[in-house]
Design a protein around this ligand. Structure first.
Ligand code: SF4
Length: 60
């Protein structure tokens, strides 16, 4: 069962709407002993591109 993990690191490619995409997909994330997320990868989540394509906003 996916847990809605809140994350505010919008510079991570797994960040989506204040949630972690990896967690929503039931994929493991790793938190280091320093409390920092070791699964961080700089970038933009590909789900944003998909939602823009399906919105129909550019079809008007
Ligand atoms: S991988 Fe880590 S830093 Fe990236 S969105 Fe998930 S919890 Fe946040």
């Amino acid at each position: 069962m996916a847990i809605n993990l809140i994350c505010f690191n919008s510079e991570c490619k797994h960040y989506w709407e204040d949630c972690c995409k990896k967690n929503l997909q039931e994929t493991q994330i790793v938190i280091g002993e320093d409390g920092m997320c070791k699964s961080f990868e700089k970038g933009v989540c590909d789900w944003y591109g998909e939602s823009e394509k399906g919105s129909g906003a550019d079809e008007i």
